[in-house]
Design a protein around this ligand. Structure first.
Ligand SMILES: [Zn+2]
Length: 103
């Protein structure tokens, strides 16, 4: 299906580096429109550490893929650092002790 991107497999290895894992591609399995190679650099670095390689120039399949990729990259992005509640409680306790000592 257009717009979807998949992991490379033994049957459909990466068009760029020829490996059967880690990399991704979009478009028909036997004629992908673009590859996301994790090993071979291009002038389009991807946020997840790989590189985008456009394999075919037919725009319509490229645009939806770009959107899908954007969503996928967002999912892969690390969560913002969680608040350290233990540290916050500790700081609050210190402040409280100061306030009480000042009375
Ligand atoms: Zn590759």
């Amino acid at each position: 299906m257009a717009g979807e991107w998949r992991r490379c497999s033994r049957r459909f290895p990466c068009r760029i580096c020829g490996k059967s894992d880690w990399c991704g591609y979009t478009g028909p399995e036997d004629d992908p429109t673009a590859a996301l190679c994790m090993r071979v650099e291009s002038d389009k670095p991807a946020k997840n550490g790989g590189w985008l390689h456009i394999l075919r120039d037919d725009g319509p399949t490229w645009a939806p893929w770009k959107r899908t990729y954007h969503v996928a990259a967002k999912r892969l992005a690390p969560e913002p650092a969680a608040l350290d509640f233990a540290k916050l409680a500790e700081a609050a306790a210190v402040v409280k002790a100061f306030v009480e000592a000042g009375r």
